[in-house]
Design a protein around this ligand. Sequence first.
Ligand code: APR
Length: 231
Amino acid sequence: MKRIVFLTGAGISAESGITTFRDSGGLWEQYPVMQVASIQGYEADPELVIRFYNERRRQLHDVRPNEAHRLVAELEQHYDVTVVTQNVDDLHERAGSSHIIHLHGELMKATSTLSPNDPSQLVTLTPEQPDIHIGDRARDGSQLRPFIVWFGEPVPMIEPAAEAVQQADILVVVGTSLNVYPAAGLIHYASARCSTYLIDPAPAHLDPSMRVHVIQKTASEGMKELCQLLG
Ligand code: APR
């Protein structure tokens, strides 16, 4: 089977009702990003940061995967699909995608403050138990924290993501402003034989030498066009 890799960002979840980060009215206009999404912010005020992610996690109950998530999942019938997402929501999972690499963590998981990337410390949160509280402890006794990769922290999943892109026959970038590294740098790992598509109503500017097929549409409309192009 041909290998197809999706590199997705907040834009693929926009039509599910989850605000993006950098569009007008986006999340970073309402909250100072370094206060709620950086390791320094967490160390300075863990309670504020824990509360910010509790709020975002609760929002997840009210949203559903959209057509774009569903079409990505359906392509597994015809391709070896890997989803590399910057999103921390679980909408790709809920749409049925089975091979997902979360570069920036997962909202529905919590981990140890001492060893955040130790898999044995991971705890899955549920709609019944969605919140983390100050005083909740991870297995190693340290404060339980959101399993999110904050600015200033390493991105442990970047290696497997880069390998997936290197091996891809098709790379589809959906709904990301390509502002944040190392995620944005993944597009440079595509081989010369890889066909690259970019789906976004306001696509990031890419060097013409990159031969990217731009589909200037929303994720759901753009995915429909992509599926027609792929035949
Ligand atoms: N369909 C497709 N794309 C859309 C839609 C839509 N309906 N609406 C908006 N977009 C596009 C925007 O044009 C923009 O290019 O989605 C992109 C959203 O960009 P950002 O808000 O910067 O989100 P993202 O690229 O995922 O941010 C990357 O930054 O703050 C960090 O960790 C956070 O993972 C996030 C990372």
